[in-house]
Design a protein around this ligand. Structure first.
Ligand SMILES: [Cu+2]
Length: 521
């Protein structure tokens, strides 16, 4: 069932339409039906606007206009409860295909991905493909772009992959994301310009699920009481020789005075903890492309390899002017691609929780010499350290100079004491998603001012687009905004639909630091 006519009766809520659709046993995409809802907006109080919904013909036309290879790549993601081994002990969690992380999804530019999800979880779930400019009805945002997938139900997301790069996928039920419901997604460039011999995909994650009775839901409940009441969001955990957290946040030049809200007992590289680190084998002298993905819930990471320079080539999938650095910092949702030359002895890919005290590592091993151990991994990474905002877009992907047609301010609001994270003073409510929407029109150059009015940093993510940070900064889909700072980003509105923008801290997003960037006609 698809209701194509504009819904003009305001008391017909999205939720009631879902209920009707569910009762009729219809497909989940069809259930998203008031996408053409006629509403009044603050910007135009007198004239109703028509929202370009996820099933709008404009969305289908945009998808049809994307270059296609004619090739379709199928994949299956079965979301289930599963057991894995973390910190030397079995841990119960939820994941895809019983893996941590989920399987690598991979296509070439122009290919269609057909990702079949089966929901074997006891609650509804969704799949979001982070960073991709994909068709709106496959974006996986419950109650906005499609209905959530109910327990026992299935949904296949089918979409073209338009841009090469390092992306990832995850449940858009934010607390599920802080379990194992995430994995890497790479779109290859058939004309790859970078020379390299090997590739290492590295997902970084902070982990608490199933350890000492913790779950993301319990953590969220503790946080929602407000830090002032309990302070227990950062309670220490027994850990491994300084690898765990156990202390409070510390200041970071990249994040401000407060690294995060949650003290995680462990940090993982590709699902492996410091007792059992991943070993990536390569030959001395080879060039390795490392694709770093921060899939954490509440932790930024500083990453480096002592004695090895990193050549930064991409952030969030898009190329940047190359730079040699010693380490880099990436917030939740951000990615970096770097090239390294393999040294002739094993070295630790060192991962430090930025603004926190935890750390972890993996090993780049050319085969000769002693491997690093948890005890020998450095606790500091210095030298030249950058965040993505200290890069510049490669000229090939820089936005053409143009005045913005429209500017919207998205103020991040809320506090640790009330844990009332929102945008423009409002916590997102998926039963009324357009209450705080900002309206844009296809063809416009849009400027968004992410204005942080809080004392926490927030990695702000926009779905369906890769914006440019400032006039010459990198193309990105997730940008770190420090306390009380405003970051302006620009994009061309070329992907019609209803797109979420939100903080990529799982606990901030779950509490409501989200809003809709809404294409209207
Ligand atoms: Cu946040």
């Amino acid at each position: 069932m698809s209701v194509n006519k504009p819904v003009t009766t305001r008391n017909v809520t999205r939720r009631s339409l879902f209920t009707l659709a569910a009762a009729a046993g219809v497909g989940v995409v069809g259930a998203c039906s008031n996408d053409a809802a006629t509403t009044r907006t603050a910007a135009s109080p007198s004239s109703p606007v028509r929202r370009v919904g996820p099933t709008d013909p404009l969305v289908r036309r945009t998808e049809a206009g994307r270059p296609g290879s004619g090739r379709t790549i199928g994949a299956a993601l079965n979301a289930t409860a599963m057991s894995t081994r973390i910190g030397g002990a079995p841990v119960q969690t939820w994941g895809y295909n019983r893996g941590l992380p989920g399987p690598l999804l991979r296509s070439r530019v122009g290919d269609t991905l057909a990702v079949a999800q089966h929901n074997g979880l006891p609650e509804a779930t969704s799949m979001h493909f982070h960073g991709l400019a994909l068709r709106n009805d496959m974006d996986g945002v419950p109650a906005l772009t499609q209905a959530a997938t109910a327990p026992g139900a299935a949904f296949t997301a089918t979409f073209k992959t338009a841009h090469p790069g390092t992306y990832w996928y995850h449940s858009h039920m934010e607390l599920q994301r802080d379990r194992a419901l995430y994995g890497p997604l790479i779109v290859d460039d058939p004309h790859e310009p970078l020379p390299y011999d090997a590739e290492w995909v590295v997902l970084l994650d902070d982990w608490l699920d199933g350890i000492d009775g913790r779950t993301p839901a319990i953590q969220a409940a503790t946080l929602s009481k407000g830090m002032g009441s309990t302070g227990s969001g950062r309670s220490g955990m027994s850990g491994m020789s300084g690898m765990s957290g156990g202390g409070s946040s510390t200041a970071s030049p990249f994040l401000g005075s407060d690294g995060g809200d949650v003290n995680y007992p462990l940090h993982l590289v590709n699902g492996r903890d410091p007792l059992d680190p991943e070993v990536f084998r390569a030959k001395a002298g080879q060039r390795v492309r490392i694709r770093l993905i921060n899939s954490a819930g509440d932790t930024a990471y500083r990453v480096g390899i002592p004695g090895v320079r990193l050549t930064v080539t991409h952030t969030d999938g898009f190329p940047v002017v190359h730079q040699e650095v010693d380490a880099l910092v990436l917030g939740m949702g951000e990615r970096f691609d770097v090239l390294v030359t393999v040294p002739d002895h094993p070295v630790p890919l060192t991962v430090l929780a930025e603004g926190k005290t935890g750390r972890t590592f993996a090993i780049l091993d050319a085969g000769r010499g002693r491997r690093p151990t948890a005890a020998s991994v450095p606790t500091r990474l210095g030298g030249k350290v950058i965040g993505a905002r200290m890069t510049a877009a490669d000229p090939s992907v820089r936005l053409a100079p143009k005045e913005a047609d429209v500017t919207h301010t998205l103020a991040m609001t809320g506090s640790m004491s009330r844990y009332d994270w929102g945008i423009n003073g409002r916590r997102y409510d998926e039963s009324d998603p357009f209450a705080s929407a900002v309206d844009i029109r296809a063809g416009h150059r849009v400027r968004l001012d992410f204005a942080n009015r809080t004392m926490m940093w927030h990695p702000m993510h926009l779905h369906g687009h890769t914006f440019q940070v400032g006039a010459t900064g990198p193309r990105k889909d997730t940008v770190v905004v420090k306390p009380m700072e405003t970051v302006s980003v620009f994009f061309d509105a070329d992907n019609p639909g209803q797109w979420l923008t939100h903080c990529h801290n799982a606990y901030h997003a779950a509490r409501g630091m989200m809003a809709v960037v809404s294409y209207v006609q």
